[in-house]
Design a protein around this ligand. Sequence first.
Ligand SMILES: NC(=O)c1ccc[n+]([C@@H]2O[C@H](COP(=O)([O-])OP(=O)(O)OC[C@H]3O[C@@H](n4cnc5c(N)ncnc54)[C@H](O)[C@@H]3O)[C@@H](O)[C@H]2O)c1
Length: 293
Amino acid sequence: MRVLVTGAGGTLGSEVVAHLTALGWSVRAHDRTPPQEAAPGPAAAAETACGELLDPGHARTVVSGMDAVVHAAALPSPGAGTEQEVFSNNVMAAYQVLGAAGRAGVPRIVYVSSLSALGMAWSVQDRSPTEIPVTEAHPCLAEDVYGLSKRLGELIAETVSRRWGSTVVSLRFPFLGSGDRLRAHLRHVQADPGRDRGALWSWLDTRDAARGIAAALTRPLTGHHLINLVAPDTTATRPTRELLARYHPSAPLDHAPDGFGTPYATGPATRLLGFTTIHGWRQGAARQEETSS
Ligand SMILES: NC(=O)c1ccc[n+]([C@@H]2O[C@H](COP(=O)([O-])OP(=O)(O)OC[C@H]3O[C@@H](n4cnc5c(N)ncnc54)[C@H](O)[C@@H]3O)[C@@H](O)[C@H]2O)c1
């Protein structure tokens, strides 16, 4: 089975290429410039390709002959470019790639979205969830260009499924990291949990994100599905209820999770994708504490 992975030179894309290749997929690894052949993902890919996805002719060429497409290419934060660049790059690349894939009859597409599509993560105002657990149906509160671009990407994904009949899975990811990137994020959040109030202390190991994408490519589904894909716990060392009460006093806590549980709903990920994580950070942190005491 042949799969195109866009954004293959990036943090998530390179992990996805490595994982899908290890599972036996024949991967076309695509990025704007040639994905680093030395990196583990692109090095394993059956084929590398490069070019500008905003170019409709190029998008048509890269999706051709594929059984599936994973669209991960984007500017991944509001500060990754000017507002114009983030909006036009993310929205138009999604439109070109997903549209070309649908039109070409590619039966399965995964759109890499973000929990930022809800609008809390990058909000400059102190926005709070209106329901806990935060489900996929939570209203969009976006006022930032990145969150808006990811929400529009989800609407493009849904439209492509309706128009062309492809099965399209939009996955809403939290902060993604493993190794040094994850450790730096944990230090940053744990030093002051208020820094991550907008993201609700959510996270996912990049390797589990790649596993979730593989599940979204293969589970028996039809139509369009929007699914939160997050770790079952937070990045924080304080209980979730305590953090919510302090940083989101207007949020309803009746159904808030116990302990360090994530405030995001994980039911659809389990039910539709059979997804559970295998990588956690708490055991490693506990071991480190034991050895240093
Ligand atoms: N990193 C995170 O914590 C995180 C969290 C949630 C969602 N996401 C989503 O995951 C995806 C990947 O993020 P990442 O962190 O790996 O980003 P990244 O910047 O590391 O990689 C993205 C890649 O996409 C390529 N790209 C962007 N626009 C392109 C275009 N028009 N044509 C061709 N290539 C293009 C870039 O060259 C880059 O290599 C994005 O869609 C992002 O919104 C990331």
